[in-house]
Design a protein around this ligand. Structure first.
Ligand code: NIG
Ligand code: FE
Length: 409
C-alpha cells in the first residue's frame, strides 16, 4: 500500500530498533512541516519542507501532529462475559485478589472460538481508534489445552482480519484451573500445552502470573524454562499484588519483559537493568485497584527501559485507551510526555520483540502512524478522556478516520 501523508505540523518519533533507557528514555526526534512517504506498507521516507510529487493516495494532516502508531504491549483483550459486579464491589471498597479471573475462565470456556472473535473485534477496533496499531494479547482464560488453543486461534483470526498487528502470548499460567491439582496442571503446561503452542506457532511469548496467591518463583521458573526451550520468548506478570521476587526472576532468565511491577524491589530493578529486561508498566491497573503507581522514575534511574500498556481486561483494568495511560504516566508517575510517548511506541515494541518493525517513523519500518488533532505530541496526555486521534494509518492504509465535525448552519 502506497500513501503520502503531508501537511504535518509536528512529527514526533523515537528512532532506532533498541528501546530508549535512562536519561535517553524520552529521546524524540521532532520534525516541523513534515511528510511521510509510504511504499508497500513501509515507510520509504520521512522529510521536511516540500514533499515529493506523488501519484498515489494522499492524506493532508492540515497542520496536525503525527506520531508512530501506539503499541500496546500487554492486554487480555480476548474474553467473554464481563465483571461489572466485581467492579461495583470494588467501588464499594472490596479488595482485588485475582479471584475474578475464574469468572472469565468460565465464560471463555463456554464461548466457541467464533464468539471470542466476534466479541473481541469491536474492542480492538476501539483501540485502533484510540491510536493503537500494534497490540499484544494474552491467552489465560481457558486453562485447558483446548481452551487455551481456542483463545490463541481467535487472536490469530483477529490478526488476519483487522488492520492491527497482533502479538499472541500464551498465558496458561494465569490462574489455577479448579478441576486439576496444581502439580498436574503445571505438568500439563510443560509436557503438552507449551510444546503444542510453540509447535503450531500460535504464540510468540509465554507469560506467567508470578505473584502472591498465584505461581511461585519456582513454578514460574519451571514453566518459563520449558517455554524458552520450546522457542517461545519469556515474559512475567511480576510483583503486581505483592513483592515475591518476580522481577529478580525476570533478570535471572533475561526475560524480554517484566510487567506490572507495582511492588518491585530495588534488587529486582537492578536485576532487570542488568539483563536489559523491559519494564511494562500498567497504570490503569493501579488506578482501578487503588494500588501504588508503578515506580517509573526508579526504573528509569536504574537504566531499565520503560514501556506502557493498558492491561485491558474485564477485571483489573477495563481500560482500552493508551492516551489515558499516557495521562496517568505523566500526572501520577512523573514521566514527561516524551518519556511516555517513547514508552508507548518504541519501548513497547521492544517489549514484544518487534522493535525492528514498529514503534518509530523511519525508513524500513511498517507504516503505522497516528494523526492527532493537536499542535504537539504533548497534548496527547493533556486532553484527558478525549480522543484526539484524527486518522490512524496501519501498514500504510488509513485504518480509521474520525468523522468530520458537522458544520453549524
Ligand atoms: O494483568 N494479573 C493478572 N492478570 C490480569 C488480571 C486479569 C483479570 O483480572 O481478569 C492483570 O491484572
Ligand atoms: Fe495482565
Amino acid at each position: 500500500m502506497d500513501l503520502l501523508v503531508y501537511g504535518i505540523g509536528e512529527l514526533a518519533t523515537p528512532i532506532g530498533q533498541e528501546p530508549n533507557r535512562g536519561a535517553g528514555q524520552g529521546e524524540l526526534t521532532v520534525v516541523r512541516d513534515a511528510y511521510v512517504l509510504v511504499r508497500d506498507g513501509r515507510i520509504a521516507e520521512v522529510g521536511a519542507g516540500r514533499w515529493p510529487r506523488f501519484a498515489g493516495p494522499t492524506l493532508d494532516a492540515e497542520g496536525r501532529t503525527v506520531t508512530p502508531g501506539l503499541v500496546d504491549p500487554h492486554t487480555h483483550a480476548v474474553f467473554a462475559g464481563n465483571r461489572v459486579q466485581e467492579f461495583l464491589a470494588r467501588a464499594r471498597g472490596e479488595k482485588y485478589t485475582g479471584g475474578g479471573i475464574l469468572t472469565t475462565v468460565q465464560a471463555v470456556r463456554e464461548a466457541p472460538e467464533g464468539e471470542l472473535v466476534r466479541l473481541a473485534r469491536p474492542r480492538l477496533l476501539r483501540m485502533l481508534e484510540l491510536g493503537a496499531t500494534t497490540v499484544e494479547i494474552k491467552s489465560g482464560y481457558g486453562l485447558t489445552t483446548a481452551d487455551e488453543l481456542k483463545m490463541l486461534r481467535a487472536i490469530r483470526r483477529l490478526g488476519e482480519e483487522l488492520p492491527l498487528t497482533l502479538v499472541p502470548t500464551f498465558l496458561g499460567a494465569h490462574a489455577f484451573p479448579p478441576e486439576v491439582s496444581r502439580e498436574n496442571y503445571i505438568r500439563l503446561m510443560v509436557e503438552e500445552m507449551i510444546p503444542v503452542v510453540a509447535g503450531t506457532g500460535l504464540a510468540r511469548f509465554c507469560d506467567v502470573f508470578c505473584d502472591q496467591g498465584f505461581y511461585t518463583i519456582e513454578e514460574a521458573r519451571t514453566i518459563l524454562l520449558a517455554a524458552r526451550a520450546a522457542g517461545l520468548g519469556v515474559k512475567i506478570h511480576a510483583d503486581e499484588l505483592a513483592w515475591v521476587g518476580a522481577a529478580e526472576l525476570a533478570g535471572e532468565l533475561s526475560a524480554t519483559s517484566a510487567e506490572h511491577l507495582l511492588h518491585v524491589s530495588q534488587s529486582g530493578i537492578e536485576a532487570m537493568a542488568h539483563a536489559g529486561t523491559v519494564a511494562v508498566l500498567l497504570p490503569g491497573t493501579a488506578f482501578v485497584l487503588d494500588e501504588p503507581w508503578p515506580p517509573a522514575r526508579d526504573l528509569i534511574a536504574a537504566g531499565v527501559p520503560v514501556a506502557l500498556g493498558t492491561d485491558f481486561n474485564p477485571g483489573s483494568s477495563p481500560v482500552a485507551s493508551l492516551p489515558l495511560i499516557l495521562a496517568l504516566a505523566v500526572l501520577r508517575m512523573g514521566m514527561s510526555p516524551a518519556e511516555a510517548l517513547v514508552a508507548a511506541t518504541l519501548n513497547a515494541a521492544a517489549a514484544i520483540g518487534l522493535a525492528d518493525r514498529v514503534g518509530s517513523l523511519e525508513p524500513g519500518k511498517q507504516a503505522d502512524l497516528v494523526v492527532w488533532d493537536a499542535e504537539s505530541y504533548e497534548e496527547i496526555p493533556y486532553w484527558i478522556g478525549q480522543n484526539l486521534a484524527w486518522a490512524v494509518v496501519a501498514r500504510g492504509r488509513v485504518g480509521w478516520r474520525s468523522s468530520p465535525t458537522p458544520s453549524s448552519t
